[in-house]
Ligand binder design. Structure first.
Ligand code: CTP
Ligand code: CA
Length: 228
């Protein structure tokens, strides 16, 4: 067994991390969701834990298991995720890595929808879900000192991500290019650009676990006032 060097730069700090998709029910056996393995959010929670932070890990139904040594709060829907984040406050930082479904089905059925033999499919109606990042970014009282969002984009990555940073009042946005040809969706690597008030910083393509370590170090720099 190798002993990793102990680094407690974030001890005494509390960080909320959201991760994974949300599932929005259509009926008891069906749902709509975004594609998300939960790998990046899970790696970030583990990296923050390794720096000594107390981590509240609010996760939708992800493919990868949650890390050890964090407080795991399992949710299904965006509304449950928002309430779980609220219940986990106060926090020093919040990292919103979840792929939250933008809409939920407003006419979800309490029992399984059956084919009625007419050949006509059911008509689903949608309502917009709460934007958890925008909500936490705009909190008047109890806003975490550092609010970090993600932006998965397929075009004009920096432009879209920068406008998301402003619109959602996030301090940082971790932007990633999810065009299918990058092979990033569902893969082990990520190529991100960190958008801060100072501008856009392109990181080389690296393992999701390394993106997580680098981001956790930057969060530690920010929360402990170390020079950037
Ligand atoms: N997010 C959130 N709650 C939502 C939607 C998004 O907290 N209901 C967060 C995500 O976790 C992410 C950031 O907002 O950190 C950006 O998500 P994204 O889906 O890229 O942004 P949207 O505003 O939903 O824009 P788009 O129309 O491009 O999906
Ligand atoms: Ca969205």
């Amino acid at each position: 067994i190798k002993n990793a060097p102990v680094d407690h730069r974030l001890s005494g700090k509390h960080v909320i991390v959201t991760s994974g998709p949300t599932h929005e029910p259509i009926d008891p056996v069906r749902y709509i969701a975004n594609r998300s393995s939960g790998a990046q959010g899970t790696a970030i929670a583990a990296a923050l834990r390794d720096l000594g932070a107390r981590v509240s890990f609010v996760t939708g139904p992800a493919e990868v298991p949650p890390p050890h040594g964090v407080d795991v709060i399992r949710v299904q829907t965006a509304e449950e995720m928002r309430r779980a984040v609220e219940a986990a406050l106060p926090a020093d930082a919040a990292v919103m890595a979840a792929a939250v479904a933008d809409w939920r089905v407003s006419n979800a059925n309490g029992s399984k929808i059956k084919k009625d033999g007419s050949g006509r499919p059911p008509v689903l109606e949608f309502t917009e879900n709460p934007d958890i990042l925008a909500w936490i970014g705009a909190l008047e009282a109890g806003r975490p000192e550092l609010v970090v969002g993600f932006a998965a984009e397929t075009d004009d990555v920096i432009l879209h991500a920068s406008s998301k940073r402003m619109r959602k009042r996030a301090d940082w946005i971790v932007a990633n290019d999810v065009r299918p040809e990058t092979g990033i969706m569902g893969g082990a690597e990520n190529a991100v650009t960190l958008i801060t008030h100072e501008g856009a910083e392109e990181w080389p393509r690296m393992a999701k676990s390394d993106v997580a370590i680098r981001l956790a170090e930057r969060i530690a720099d920010s929360l402990t006032g170390s020079v950037l």
